[in-house]
Ligand binder design. Structure first.
Ligand SMILES: Cc1cc2nc3c(=O)[nH]c(=O)nc-3n(C[C@H](O)[C@H](O)[C@H](O)COP(=O)(O)O)c2cc1C
Length: 208
């Protein structure tokens, strides 16, 4: 790629991405995935195929009961507070589970602010799990700490879904508390009611 072509590619606005329909049956046995689950911090920069991205995001927090809008991970009171932000080389996107689309939020390569470790800069996918606290409705006996623990548990379940999908499909992944929160919130235009809970990096293993 020439320097000009590279510049144009880098400056190209992020576009809406329609993901292919994800598989919702089959795959390796769950116990095999649990046996393989581990944190890994080495990633090939090879992009993930759209089919893989779609299957991974559906596994993470897709809709598995279309009649009710039920999701693949639980949430306290079914508040469904977590928004799944997808950070690719081309931009930051918001996963829309109802349509299996990625809505562009910011153009350009912002992978560095999705974490605090060097591997996030080149891994093909960083997911950032953001709680929209305006979706919570706490009653008088619930403390703010209670509610924050519940949305964190929702994010943890989503993250484990990602880890198991990766373990079952030969991908490396690691869940991360480390996210450059103020920079990411600013760039993604998050409202003040948002709390960034976790990051999760995914990619193919590096070739030995
Ligand atoms: C809430 C939470 C936050 C974590 N944050 C990070 C992180 O910021 N960076 C990182 O490299 N690993 C992070 N990890 C991964 C842990 O270091 C890892 O799970 C632990 O060392 C055990 O290794 P294992 O996952 O391979 O069993 C985090 C794990 C959890 C549960």
């Amino acid at each position: 790629m020439t320097a000009l072509a590279l510049l144009l590619f880098t400056l190209a606005p992020a576009e809406l991405i329609q993901l292919p329909a994800p598989p919702t049956q089959g795959g390796p046995p769950l116990l095999n995935a649990l046996s393989a689950r581990q944190s890994a911090r080495e990633f090939s920069s090879r992009p993930l195929p759209l089919e893989t991205l779609s299957a991974l995001l559906w596994s993470a927090y897709g809709i598995n009961r279309p009649a009710t809008g039920g999701r693949t991970a639980p949430s306290a009171h079914n508040w469904q507070t977590i928004d799944v932000y997808v950070v690719l080389e081309t931009g930051i996107y918001l996963y829309e589970p109802r349509t299996q689309r990625l809505l562009p939020v910011a153009s350009g390569d912002h992978r560095p602010i999705s974490g605090t470790q060097d591997f996030v800069n080149t891994a093909p996918l960083n997911v950032v799990l953001v709680a929209d606290m305006s979706k919570t409705k706490k009653s008088a006996e619930d403390s703010d700490a209670d509610v924050l623990s519940w949305v964190s548990i929702e994010a943890g379940a989503i993250s484990q879904n990602i880890a198991l999908y990766c373990a079952a499909n030969g991908l490396n992944s690691v869940v991360r508390a480390g996210v450059q929160r103020p920079a990411f919130a600013k760039l993604a235009g998050l409202p003040a009611t948002s709390r960034i809970i976790l990051g999760h990096t995914v990619g193919f293993p590096q070739k030995k």
